[in-house]
Design a protein around this ligand. Structure first.
Ligand SMILES: CC(=O)[C@@H](O)[C@H](O)COP(=O)(O)O
Ligand SMILES: NCC(=O)COP(=O)(O)O
Length: 247
């Protein structure tokens, strides 16, 4: 690894949404994503990510303030580009707001935000959040036109969607990895801090973690799944270890 290119430490943001998915399956308050946030903080993770979906299928409104109160870690609030979500973000003022695409019928966030095609809709949202001191991130596919759109929108951060990479094999995976590496470099050259996430696992994280320009990975579903078998603390530590070994 070229130490001159790599940010000091690749941050790990842990997405705790799917603790809430399990909680909601029974309609009660166990397992509590706040307890997960506390464990994640104690294990030395660098941030908490939570996605308040429009349908509230996992994280709910009241979780946001509780998560913020439970740890000093920065909260990366994932949100759709809607008036409702902007108001919620402005009320809670998280460290960062990551604007994600949302389709109610999807199983998960299947693709990146079309920042290039939605400039006029996104511009006032990015401006309002930024004016409130919230660090805006755009969850986009690793495509040059989306990076260029992020530049036009003056977003300080992008998060590259790694789902296609995670689902690909062989040559296709290598091509996806190259796309992510190239777009991380393009973003960094243009003053945008690149992050990455979605579908990352112990098996596929290292090639992504080795991309020198990336400053942060956000990882959730796999870690929460592993936590069932090993506990959340050990799962976070193992992911951290793999990330560190890749740099
Ligand atoms: C935007 C994103 O990738 C995360 O929010 C993560 O996937 C967890 O939420 P979903 O599984 O509901 O998409
Ligand atoms: N933005 C990606 C994220 O927060 C975590 O995605 P996943 O690991 O749950 O697929």
């Amino acid at each position: 690894m070229n130490a001159a290119l790599a940010p000091a430490r690749l941050r790990l943001g842990v997405n705790i949404d799917h603790v809430a998915t399990v909680r909601n399956a029974r309609g009660g308050d166990h397992p509590d994503p706040v307890r997960a946030a506390e464990i994640v903080a104690a294990m030395g993770a660098d941030g908490i990510t939570a996605h308040l979906r429009e349908d509230r299928r996992h994280i709910r409104d009241e979780d946001i303030a509780r998560i913020q109160a439970s740890t000093d870690l920065p909260l990366n609030f994932e949100m759709a580009a809607t008036d409702e979500m902007v108001e919620i973000a402005l009320r809670h003022r998280p460290h960062a707001a990551c604007i994600v695409p949302e389709r109610r019928e999807e199983r998960t966030t299947e693709g990146g935000l079309d920042a290039a095609g939605q400039h006029n809709r996104l511009a006032p949202i990015v401006a309002r959040l930024s004016d409130a001191g919230i660090r805006v991130s755009l969850f986009i596919a690793p495509e040059p036109r989306q990076i260029e759109a992020a530049m036009r929108l003056k977003a300080p951060v992008i998060e590259l969607h790694t789902g296609e990479y995670a689902h690909a094999d062989g040559e296709q995976r290598a091509a996806e990895l190259k796309r992510i590496a190239d777009m991380a470099a393009l973003a960094a050259r243009n003053g945008i801090e690149p992050h990455a996430g979605h579908g990352l696992t112990y098996d596929n994280v290292q090639a992504i973690a080795a991309i020198p320009q990336l400053a942060e990975l956000n990882i959730g579903h796999y870690l929460i799944g592993e936590a069932i078998f090993t506990g959340l603390g050990p799962a976070v530590l193992r992911m951290r270890e793999l990330m560190d070994a890749a740099r």
